[in-house]
Ligand binder design. Structure first.
Ligand SMILES: [Zn+2]
Length: 99
């Protein structure tokens, strides 16, 4: 799942959902930023990414089964949890409580 952020309104969705425009502000597809875990995020962004991460399939060895935000398929999901933990105020526990 390739994640992008609308340069106009800041909305984050998988790139495939931006066809042809941002689903929120209808900014042209040319105005999106490709995102990886090295991009800059605020808490609202991390919340959006967390909800999309919930849609990434996980195998029975706790590895993600498709690429997500710069992590390759096969990455341990807990490595990604650590990233969320470090990038969200309140950490993963706060994210889990929102679900
Ligand atoms: Zn937008």
């Amino acid at each position: 799942m390739k994640m992008v952020r609308c340069c106009s309104c800041g909305w984050i969705e998988p790139e495939d959902n931006f066809t042809p425009d941002c689903p929120v502000c209808h900014h042209p597809k040319a105005g999106v930023e490709n995102l990886t875990y090295d991009s800059d995020f605020d808490d609202r962004d991390v919340e959006a990414l967390w909800s999309w991460f919930a849609n990434v399939p996980i195998n029975d060895q706790d590895e993600i089964m498709e690429d997500f935000l710069g992590w390759n398929a096969g990455t341990d999901r807990f490595e990604i949890w650590h990233w969320f933990d470090a990038h969200y105020f309140g950490g993963v526990h706060a994210l889990l409580e929102q679900d």
